[in-house]
Design a protein around this ligand. Structure first.
Ligand code: LLP
Length: 438
């Protein structure tokens, strides 16, 4: 006999509360769950499941809200890793955001979407010579240097090209962002950035090298940060370093304050752009600096959903979806919590019971939710996994030979397919069977 797992939290938000907290989602008696003005069931009918849907209006509104909070204070560079679809990058470009990229592919995507090279920052602990040369050739806004070793490499490559490239030193302020260990980046044991106590010497070294022009500092302490305390602590250390460097006669024009603003996956509104602005102003306000931020999740996370269909319900306890960890990895990787909301109004009401919402992949970590209180879902019922716009499709794989899911974009009452479902033949398109085993 099936024994339902006990609910892990009686205070779990209801389906109604999840929808009420998201201004772009609504539930209608006939149309069911509606994103902006498009019933999600219509998209699921046409594309099948699993399928991603992004809301253009949400992305525009969130970018505008962030820019308004930072007006006159800091520029926004969207962290492309959160969602690199060309249509998303196009919205960022149209809204006046620059880009933070970490690979040749992201740099090319950003340029392809119309983001000017002069609005692009290149971050990352292991940029290859090829990537560094491309960034130099494109004359991007700045390269964020992650180590003393990388500084030497970049200077040599630029000098060989007869160029001097603008660099910022990413410092590791040794501040715990208070988030999941796997997305914490600013403590001394993390691989990121230059140790705080070494940064002044590395900056002075940069000023003496022929291929680089040190223009400032960068920091990024982690992701899904919900309180301003870690930001304040990290910014204070960076501001102190700016003063130290200037006192030593070194020019410091810019500080890149990083990303990390968290969103409310479960309840609560998430981090406030105004609070971030307050922390930036408090630390750097009087220092005559060009400031920037590089958020990813906050801009696009709430703008995406993953649609899935219930394949079967095993023993009343396991709701098995046709979407899996290969689409949305976050629950498997970080035990992340994502709202699960039925698409049909009739499925969204009724008695709730704890169920495990799982995918079909042969791994126990292929679990989207444990002991989640949900209305009864029958095979064929469809659901939306919420807040999947950041680190969703970009982290998908084709594990279990599951093709990449299609993507649609909604804008007001219009919608369009912005990526086709990957045909099965594409899964092995680049593969060859060698003669010696044929
Ligand atoms: N800047 C740098 C240098 C970064 O490494 C990151 C994210 C960002 C900006 C943007 O951070 P955001 O504003 O999105 O928090 N896959 C994980 C998140 C990994 C974040 C990696 N770096 C997740 O799904 O939670």
């Amino acid at each position: 006999m099936a024994v339902p797992a006990p609910a892990d939290d009686e205070d779990e938000p209801t389906v109604a509360a999840l929808i009420a907290a998201r201004p772009f989602l609504s539930l209608h008696a006939l149309d069911g769950l509606v994103l902006e003005q498009v019933p999600l069931a219509r998209i699921a009918d046409e594309l099948g499941t699993p399928a991603w849907v992004y809301s253009a209006g949400t992305i525009r509104a969130r970018l505008a809200e962030l820019q308004a909070a930072l007006a006159g204070l800091a520029q926004v560079h969207f962290a492309v890793k959160a969602n690199d679809h060309l249509a998303v990058l196009r919205l960022m470009a149209a809204g006046g955001a620059g880009a933070d990229v970490v690979s040749e592919g992201e740099l090319r995507r950003a340029r392809q979407a119309g983001i000017p090279a002069g609005d692009i920052v290149f971050s990352g602990v292991g940029k290859t010579a090829r990537e560094i040369r491309l960034a130099i050739a494109e004359d991007i806004y700045q390269l964020n240097i992650e180590s003393a070793e990388e500084l030497e490499i970049v200077s040599a490559l630029a000098a060989a090209m007869g160029r001097r490239v603008r660099v910022a030193l990413r410092i590791n302020p040794d501040v715990d962002a208070g988030t999941h260990a796997k997305i914490t980046t600013g403590t001394a044991k993390d691989k990121f950035g230059i140790a705080y106590h070494e940064a002044a010497a590395v900056y002075a070294r940069a000023a003496s090298l022929p291929g680089v022009e040190p223009v400032g500092l960068a920091l990024h302490i982690g992701s899904q940060i919900l309180s301003t305390a870690p930001y304040r602590a990290a910014f204070a250390r960076a501001a102190e370093l700016v003063r130290t460097l200037r006192a030593a006669g070194l020019a410091v024009r810019r500080v890149d304050c990083g990303g990390g603003l968290g969103i409310g996956y479960r309840d609560g509104p998430g981090a406030s752009p105004a609070a971030l602005a307050g922390a930036i102003r408090a630390a750097f306000g009087g220092l005559d600096l060009e400031l920037m931020v590089e958020p990813g999740r906050w801009l696009v996370g709430p703008a995406g959903v993953l649609l899935a269909e219930v394949v079967l319900v095993k023993g009343g306890r396991f709701v098995v979806l046709d979407a899996a960890m290969n689409e949305l990895m976050r629950p498997a990787l970080y035990d992340a919590w994502h709202g699960v909301v039925p698409l049909a109004a009739r499925d969204a009401v009724g008695a709730i019971a704890p169920v495990d919402v799982v995918g079909p992949v042969c791994e126990s970590s292929d679990t989207f939710a444990r002991a989640r209180l949900l209305p009864l879902l029958a095979p064929g019922a469809r659901v939306a996994l919420l807040d999947a716009g950041a680190y969703g499709a970009v982290m998908s794989s084709t594990y279990n030979a599951r093709p990449l899911a299609p993507i649609a974009m909604v804008d007001g009452d219009r919608w369009a397919v912005i990526r086709d479902r990957q045909p099965h033949a594409d899964l092995w398109a680049g593969e060859r069977v060698p003669d010696f085993i044929a």
